[in-house]
Design a protein around this ligand. Structure first.
Ligand code: ASP
Length: 301
């Protein structure tokens, strides 16, 4: 740990970006809100949940409101939160809630379980007071209609899946604690009931004393690599950026379309993707950095 350095890194999904300017604006909003908590000595876990909550409410991102529908037009979302001490909560294929990440956090803090799925997850959310909310948007409906009109099968091929948009955040607080949160609407046109990597510990979301990582991209590939855990494990012996580079080299060799952001215990940031693009940004030492469309979008103090 380096003194009381604190900071946060977020991604807004890997793949081809629909609207890079809007992605940068949305990431900036999430980073500012979560960094403010860290500045006030907030916990890393509060910061990552806040960052993801803000992006879940932004229909641009594929999570919460604006989530990608299944082949038969349902919204099923996965989300998870984890701390470096191994506390974990996740929801899988949850529907009709506004903020899956907040439900995931309740699973972590209010139950002895780690994962709740489907109707059980919705029932738990209602017991916790989360109201009924339809996350479907016109844009998500149109994307599904275009896919169906093109005759795509729900057993989609990897080459055709280029738009992701899952969100994730990794933070370190003033006390050197790491945490991560990830939230997704899945992939447009998948089979109902399909669960991706985002809510699965070790796959899309992982935190340990060595480092914390949130992934995006083709969920099945990330599951096979157990990518978040792989990157965090590598951080035991090398800086975050080297760990990321080596793990993604293996993904690239296998032609997997993935991306990730992470941070090690020394507040070293890392980001990378094998997809054409990924939107991401970070805030550290009062400075905000945003990257989309392969460009450094904006540097602000
Ligand atoms: N990883 C997500 C999934 O496969 C998709 C994404 O990153 O947008 O469900």
């Amino acid at each position: 740990m380096v003194g009381n350095t604190f900071g946060i890194i977020c991604h807004g999904g890997a793949g081809v970006l629909r609207d890079p300017e809007a992605a940068a604006a949305g990431l900036g909003e999430a980073l500012r809100a979560s960094y403010a908590l860290l500045r006030q000595s907030g916990a890393a876990v509060d910061a990552v949940v806040e960052a993801v909550r803000v992006m879940e409410d932004n229909p641009l991102f594929n999570c919460g409101t604006g989530s990608a529908p299944t082949y038969d037009g349902r919204t099923e979302m996965d989300a998870a939160v984890m701390t470096q001490t191994g506390e974990f909560g996740g929801v899988l294929a949850i529907s009709r809630v506004r903020n899956p990440v907040l439900v995931a956090r309740k699973v972590m803090t209010e139950t002895d379980h780690h994962l709740l799925a489907g109707e059980g997850a919705v029932g738990f959310a209602r017991k916790c007071g989360f109201e009924d909310h339809d996350p479907m948007t016109e844009g998500a409906r149109e994307r599904l209609a275009r896919l169906l009109a093109a005759g795509e099968s729900p057993f989609f091929s990897l080459e055709k899946v280029r738009k992701y948009g899952t969100v994730g955040a990794v933070a370190i607080d003033r006390r050197g604690r790491l945490a991560v949160a990830t939230s997704t609407g899945g992939i447009t046109g998948r089979l109902a009931g399909r669960v991706g990597d985002s809510g699965i510990p070790g796959a899309g979301t992982w935190a340990a004393p060595s480092g914390a990582v949130s992934c995006t991209g083709h969920g099945e590939a990330i599951l096979r690599l157990m990518l978040a855990r792989d990157i965090a494990d590598r951080m035991k012996t090398m800086p975050a950026s080297v760990a990321m580079t080596l793990a993604l080299a293996e993904a690239r060799r296998r032609k997997f379309e993935v991306g990730a952001v992470g941070m090690d215990a020394r507040a070293g940031f890392a980001f990378g993707h094998t997809t054409p693009d990924m939107s991401y940004g970070y805030m550290i030492a009062e400075r905000l950095f945003l990257f989309t469309d392969g460009k450094d979008r904006k540097k602000a103090t």
